[in-house]
Design a protein around this ligand. Structure first.
Ligand code: NAI
Length: 478
């Protein structure tokens, strides 16, 4: 067996930060160093003011407060952390490729490759490398090729241990995981490496919740898990469209089918569509793999999950425009929520971005309030949307013109009531709990009539709002 006392994690993002904070909290005998090229991010992780950590997750600040400076460190000195560590986690980003072969589909592995090259260059003794990032199946092989190509005699064992945490509940998920997964090679040193990681997780997770598999199964399990989760959302959203036509109620259907233990009650909430950095990217990646291995039927099957999600976002935007007498030009639409889900400040692939973009194409004025997302982030998200539409052929002049347009049409508010003041319509894009507690009578007095609310998350009390006088439109209800 190999006892690990020094870990390095490359990538201090939504996965690297919380995972390593929890490992450090649970394993006081291990020194954990999280490194990143992004100096600002590291500075934020080291900020004395815990409200300014770069990532908002319930409970995270307490874990960081306990472990930071004791056995948890955040640093930009990547080389030193690699050199000292016996085990190196790679949790850098793996976005969808935006150029060249596999554009718009395949995972961009350039950051992973850079890590591997750096590890190969710096390492002087044997290391266990753990893939934490979500990777296409057989990436470990590519990693091994790069790592061993320097030929300086250092031995690398490669494990796959994909992360299943959900943003918004990351700390809870890490403390009490349904399972941790470790894929390793069926060789003697592979088994020693797997055991070394099992021993780390055993500090707080029962053995039966740690699943070990071969490397390829572990890599593909992560893509499969996200594809299944997203598919549930798209499936219930598909039914929501039918509910709106027939007068059935999608929430009643979710309750009725969720009671079947084979189906299960979780992840059956219909909404404006799923977002987040992972679902779409991972399914596209799965689709790309299927195409690559000449399995077009399998590829088409999974691609439909994304198409349904795009349809749901589009349907929501179109319903707003249709209800407001076929145009939102010059009308004030208040957005409550911008993050892709509640309890996170992450906006990647948030449905709000695409709904706003569609309304902006119709020249709406959008007034946004989100409890955790900054104004800069919102403008950056909308700008990126235009950039994608132009296929990255976005010169500086065009960018400035579009930014000027955005500055005229979009206002970000720090107070929800001013965001809704004199609005033609209110749209709920994120399921933040605080939205349920607003003084809706007061809001009703302040908005234009007819007073429309489009609840993209089905969180508000429809009856109460209708009684006040609102025209309430929910997902999957007539
Ligand atoms: P992120 O973008 O928040 O963080 C990645 C970090 O890696 C960035 O701060 C970046 O500066 C850094 N980085 C990139 N290349 C580097 C290099 N060569 N050296 C040092 N630092 C480098 O990404 P996030 O959300 O943490 O995701 C990471 C991986 O985990 C992805 O593969 C993702 O699919 C996967 N994942 C994400 C989950 C989530 O909820 N966000 C959940 C499960 C898996």
């Amino acid at each position: 067996t190999k006892k690990i006392t020094n870990i390095c994690c490359i990538g201090a993002g939504y996965v690297g930060g919380p995972t390593m904070a929890v490992i450090a909290q649970k394993c006081t005998h291990i020194k954990v160093t999280v490194v990143d090229l992004n100096k600002q991010r590291i500075a934020d992780w080291n900020d004395a003011d815990l409200d300014r950590l770069p990532i908002y997750e319930p409970g995270l600040a307490d874990v960081v407060a306990e472990a930071r400076g004791r056995n948890l460190f955040f640093s930009t000195d990547v080389d030193q952390a690699i050199a000292e560590a016996q085990m190196i986690f790679i949790s850098v980003n793996t976005p969808t490729k935006t150029y060249g072969v596999g554009k718009g589909m395949a995972a961009d592995l350039k950051y992973i490759e850079l890590c591997a090259r750096q590890i190969a260059k710096v390492s002087k003794d044997d290391k266990i490398i753990v893939e934490k990032s979500t990777l296409p199946v057989r990436t470990a092989e590519a990693l091994r090729t790069i790592l061993t190509s320097t030929g300086n005699g250092v031995k690398f064992d490669i494990l796959s241990s994909p992360e299943f945490l959900a943003e918004g509940t990351a700390v809870q998920d890490l403390m009490n995981p349904d399972r941790f997964l470790i894929g390793g090679e069926q060789t003697e040193s592979g088994e020693v490496a797997v055991q070394a990681l099992v021993d780390i997780y055993l500090n707080w997770v029962p053995r039966e919740n740690i699943i070990t598999t071969r490397v390829w199964s572990s890599e593909l399990s992560k893509l499969t898990a996200n594809a299944f989760l997203a598919q549930r959302v798209s499936s219930i959203n598909a039914i929501s469209a039918l509910c709106e036509k027939t007068g059935a109620d999608v929430d009643e259907i979710s309750r009725a089918i969720g009671a079947d233990s084979r189906i299960g009650a979780k992840f059956l909430k219909s909404s404006v569509g799923f977002g987040g950095s992972c679902f779409q990217k991972d399914i596209l990646n799965l689709v790309y793999l299927c195409q690559h291995f000449n399995l077009p039927e399998v590829a088409d099957y999974w691609e439909q999950v994304i198409k349904m999600n795009d349809y749901q976002k589009h349907r929501f935007a179109k319903n707003i425009i249709d209800s407001l007498f076929n145009t939102v030009s010059g009308k004030k639409i208040a957005f409550l929520g911008w993050a892709f889900k509640k309890d996170t400040n992450d906006t990647r692939e948030s449905a709000a971005i695409y709904v706003a973009d569609e309304l902006l194409q119709d020249r709406a004025e959008i007034h946004i309030y989100d409890p955790k997302v900054s104004k800069e982030q919102i403008f950056a998200d909308l700008c990126r949307c235009e950039e994608e539409r132009r296929d990255n052929l976005f010169d500086e002049v065009a960018k400035e013109t579009y930014c000027d347009f955005l500055k005229k049409q979009v206002v970000v508010h720090l107070d929800p009531y001013t965001a809704m003041q004199a609005a033609h319509a209110i749209a709920i894009l994120t399921e933040w709990d605080e939205f349920k507690t607003y003084d809706w009578k007061k809001v009703y007095g302040d908005v234009l009539k007819p007073a429309f609310i489009f609840d993209g998350r089905n969180i508000l009390d429809k009856k109460q709002l209708s009684d006040i006088g609102f025209e309430v439109e929910c997902i999957g209800k007539r």
